[in-house]
Design a binder for this molecule. Sequence first.
Ligand code: CLF
Ligand code: SF4
Length: 478
Amino acid sequence: MAKPACASGCGAKVEGSPEDMAPEVWERVKDHPCYNSEAHHYFARMHVGVAPACNIQCHYCNRKYDCANESRPGVVSERLSPDQAVRKVMAVAAQVPQLSVVGIAGPGDALADPERTFATCERVAHVLPDVKLCLSTNGLALPDHVTRIVALGISHVTITINAIDPEIGAQIYPWISFAGRRFTGVEGATILRDRQLLGLDMLVAAGVLVKVNSVMIPGINDQHLKEVNAEVKRRGVFLHNIMPLISDPAHGTHYGLTGQRGPTPQELKALQDELSGGAALMRHCRQCRADAVGMLGSDQSAEFTLDRIPEGESEGLSPEDVVKRKVYREIVEAERADRRQAAEAADDMVAIAAPEEKMLVAVCTQGGGRINIHFGKATEFPVYEVDSRGVRLIGHRRPRTNYCKGGYGEDDALGEIITALEGVAAVLSVKIGNRPRKRLEEAGIKTAEYPQEYIETAVAAYFRDQTEAATEDGRLTA
Ligand code: CLF
Ligand code: SF4
């Protein structure tokens, strides 16, 4: 069954398939966990927090925490010098063969003090040539640095664009600092918008893959993001990542203190659904930390704090570590081929459903594209939409904590998990205990066990079985 092409990879058969893009683009995204949805099952990124300064003010940031344009609000990451950053990258690369991307996403703006960012990129490229370099910026300083970005081989750049209408931008950015002056209101928002779009055009013309992040702020830019999506598509961005505003009074931001709420998962999905046909959407973002390490859903940053990393210069990986990284990539290639076959079979399983039948199914996974953890261990739940057209990842639900705490279950956590899973028809896991199963079912969420099964195959099989059972029930009662 043929599926539409999608740059980010959002369906079962098409999830990041090489046939959906030019071979040279595939080579650049196939191991980038943010730019390719399939890759996020197999590859890890790490951020190095070498960029503390910022040149604008966003209403969802108070600068005590990391840049919220690319990371989870309310988190304070470890500030590093370029030397410390390189030591840390080498330590992670030696222990995490999945590492494929080194990114700079704060804790401030990567280009507000560009020398620290560029010195880090230059040295990482020298000691670890098999990783891709990635950075994230608010875009104000971007046009001044495109030449250097290209020269350093930084192949992936994210620009946060929340508005192209400066009247709306002025409600998000109280001020910007540009050319030695502070600009406020519509004037500041206009300068920022113009610099962002100029930088975007320059990067696209230079062949850099550009992702645009937008923070969805209900009542302010939520409807306007349709215009943003159309505009960035017209200008050639590779992906558009719409992130929900996370607003908490405890973070002390303007929005947090004035009661500005973030969108519900349902509102985010409704907007994303309206944008189908526009710029390709990223739906697997985890709003990670500015010092995040590891696979997107499982942050290992606590294992690689500076005090755990040996002192001294690093000139490169040992031959054994180089081999380990190469072998890992070969294993991934074989696994990917197998998974694509399974996804095609999954498409055939769902094709018989009536067009109006669809459901949301959450899964418990720790990577590899499989259902491979117990319900009690899951700290986040990827959610897939399934209908007769296939199985598509639509986002993640993240309660504050998992259910199982070293041998016993937490009833409060279960309540939060049930709230987070609102609208989900079923949860698929390796195993689930009787108590959580009963509570979930009382809340209208079914459960099923599919140990080690590929996610698409399990979701499709569950959907097919439920659809057939409902048809059978209908026949019996008719
Ligand atoms: Fe980091 Fe961002 Fe590069 Fe990825 S994160 S700089 S593009 S390597 Fe990825 Fe994290 Fe979402 Fe960012 S999941 S917050 S999109
Ligand atoms: Fe904060 Fe990032 Fe906005 Fe700067 S660009 S104010 S660090 S959210």
